[in-house]
Design a protein around this ligand. Structure first.
Ligand SMILES: Cc1ncc(COP(=O)(O)O)c(C=O)c1O
Length: 353
């Protein structure tokens, strides 16, 4: 707190990201990165970008990248907005499309950046409780609102929502924007992108940080009706004209163009997830069904915070959320390579004895 701070800053409780350790050799299963490197075509595109042209600003409209994204999703470039990670895309979305008199609705257990954006931009919000089994029930969102946002699959639970349910919500909710945050959709949930042509209030947000193995490049995007995209561009051009540098634009376009590599690395993660979930269950964990690259699990006989601390002593990082109380016993564990997941299970065996 400083007398020079604005009242907005004095009132902020910033989002706390998972630890990015400086220590080498830790098994890092705490921030849902891919355990596999990016496509070789991405690395070649990045190397090709090293040169004199770096003295010039990048394309402010990211036209080449938006064309690659549009081609991948069978949409038009005017239906694509790109940003510096999907966090930035989401931040612009809250300001551009979700700031109204009525409150924006999102689940009580969800991506904990949403309330942070609301506080930053002075947006009213209401958290809608998940069911007993940690599921989103769309009927609970069918009330007056200034917008609706949730991840599918949800984070940190990993539970997916069927596309039919999302469509039912869109049919009932035409007066405000519905944002589906599909950060983890490539690991087994049904994407809502196919509904964009029929629902002009639908915005779908994707990231290259997970299934494209590019968390270090910082690229995310939104897909929706050109009118929604124009609102995001207006905010972006009132904030930072060049959010994506030349490396980010070139690397991200190459990632979108290498579909085979992307599909192979998602399939490997999904196969390891099944093994890891079974191994955790055989150690006595209750594991929620996951369609993401992480699982959410609790052990009836062991405290969540203690388990996370003991795993860290053994060189394995997982994510533990102290609040809300309902999830305080859970660990969110990223799916790593087979070897990393085996090391996790071994470490747990020594802890649980
Ligand atoms: C649900 C959800 N949405 C969005 C993001 C942001 O991803 P990024 O800013 O790396 O694109 C994350 C990151 O963990 C997430 O879990």
């Amino acid at each position: 707190m400083s007398r020079y701070w604005s009242t907005v800053v004095n009132g902020l409780t910033p989002y706390v990201p998972g630890e990015q350790p400086k220590l080498p050799n830790l098994i890092k299963l705490n921030t849902n990165e891919s355990p596999y490197g990016p496509s070789p075509r991405v690395l070649a595109a990045l190397r090709a970008e090293v040169g004199d042209s770096l003295r010039l600003y990048p394309d402010p409209g990211c036209d080449g990248l938006r064309e690659s994204i549009a081609a991948f999703h069978k949409l038009k470039p005017a239906q694509v907005f790109v940003g510096n990670g999907s966090d930035e895309v989401l931040a612009h979305t809250f300001l551009a499309l979700l700031k109204h008199d009525k409150p924006v609705l999102f689940p009580d257990i969800s991506y904990s950046f949403y309330p942070v954006y609301c506080a930053l931009y002075g947006i009213a919000y209401k958290q809608v409780p998940l069911t007993e089994s940690f599921e989103i029930r769309v009927d609970d969102y069918m009330k007056p609102n200034g917008g609706i946002v949730f991840p599918n699959p949800n984070a940190p639970t990993g539970r997916p929502l069927a596309l039919g349910e999302i469509e039912r919500l869109l049919q009932a909710n035409a007066a405000s924007v519905v944002v589906i945050d599909e950060a983890y959709v490539d690991y087994g949930a049904e994407s809502a992108v196919g509904l964009i042509s029929r629902y002009p209030q639908l915005l779908v947000v994707h990231t290259l940080s997970k299934s494209r193995s590019l968390a270090g490049l910082r690229v995310g995007y939104a897909l929706g009706d050109a009118g929604l995209i124009e609102a995001l561009v207006r905010v972006k051009d009132s904030f930072n004209s060049y959010p994506l540098g030349r490396f980010a634009q070139a690397g991200a376009a190459a990632a979108l163009e290498d579909r085979a590599y992307f599909e192979r690395s998602c399939a490997k993660v999904v196969a390891t997830r099944t093994r890891m979930a079974n191994d955790l269950a055989s150690l006595g964990f209750e594991v929620l069904p996951s369609a993401a690259n992480f699982v959410f699990a609790r052990h009836p006989g062991h405290d969540g915070a203690e388990l996370a601390a003991k795993l860290r002593e053994r060189g394995v990082l997982v994510r533990h959320f102290g609040t809300p109380q309902r999830i305080a016993q859970f660990l969110r564990i990223t799916v790593g390579t087979d070897a990393q997941c085996e090391a996790l299970i071994e470490a747990l065996r020594t802890i649980l004895v």
